[in-house]
Write a protein that binds this ligand. Structure first.
Ligand code: URA
Length: 220
């Protein structure tokens, strides 16, 4: 793994919740735009039951930017040749049950024909169920889980993908809110995969919940 990068998270209106996080190079955090911060504020608010679909779409769109493309020429209705690109490989979305399933709709919104696999874990990461396409080893995998806390379930899911022949560099882990501890653990263990997260919070509480976080994602 190469040198770490540092991000400063902030809520510009108040200046509160500012902290610096040192990130491994294979972790990428979405730009802290006002749109993203306002969407995160809505879903973190204990008084709201709003969904995170719009943030998930932003994550999926960013994830797609990291897939390889090949040259592709097309002819436009004006009869001109346009030198464009097309995605090179096929993708598969794999959601870590149950919370990751909430991200499937956002993935389908962006990629209509995407294959979706499943991977389930519990508090003690242990595989219960894996339903993955037969040809998953040939695909890029967008692994979906909204909360990256200790990293245990994410690591278990990645191990399952590797056992099914997926190459580590073909795995993109898409995540809504991460803890610095979880990011370090996953990125150190799997230096060739990439994590794309919308936000990195301050840390974990004694129950391994992300703080400030949004509580139990399943309850939201
Ligand atoms: N899972 C959740 O739903 N919330 C957390 O804060 C951590 C893990």
């Amino acid at each position: 793994m190469s040198s770490p990068n540092v991000i400063t998270t902030c809520l510009p209106a108040s200046g509160s919740n500012v902290h610096k996080v040192e990130l491994p190079e294979n972790a990428l955090v979405l730009s802290p735009t006002r749109q993203l911060q306002s969407l995160l504020t809505i879903i973190r608010d204990e008084k709201t039951q709003r969904t995170s679909d719009r943030i998930i779409r932003l994550l999926v769109e960013e994830g797609l930017n990291h897939l390889p493309v090949i040259d592709k020429k097309v002819t436009t209705p004006t009869g001109q040749v346009y030198n464009g690109v097309a995605f090179q490989g096929r993708i598969c979305g794999v959601s870590i049950m149950r919370a990751g399933e909430a991200m499937e709709a956002g993935l389908r919104d962006c990629c209509r024909s995407v294959r979706i696999g499943k991977d389930e874990e519990t508090y003690q990461p242990k595989l219960f169920y894996a339903k993955l396409p037969d040809d998953i080893a040939k695909r890029y995998v967008l692994l979906l889980d909204p909360m990256l806390a200790t990293g245990g379930s994410c690591i278990k899911a990645i191990e399952v993908l590797l056992e099914h022949g997926v190459e580590e560099e073909k795995i993109l882990f898409l995540n809504l809110i991460a803890s610095p501890e979880g990011i370090q653990k996953v990125c150190t263990r799997f230096p060739k995969l990439r994590i794309i997260t919308a936000w990195v919070d301050e840390g974990l509480d004694s129950n391994s919940y992300i703080v400030p976080g949004l509580g139990d994602f399943g309850d939201r």
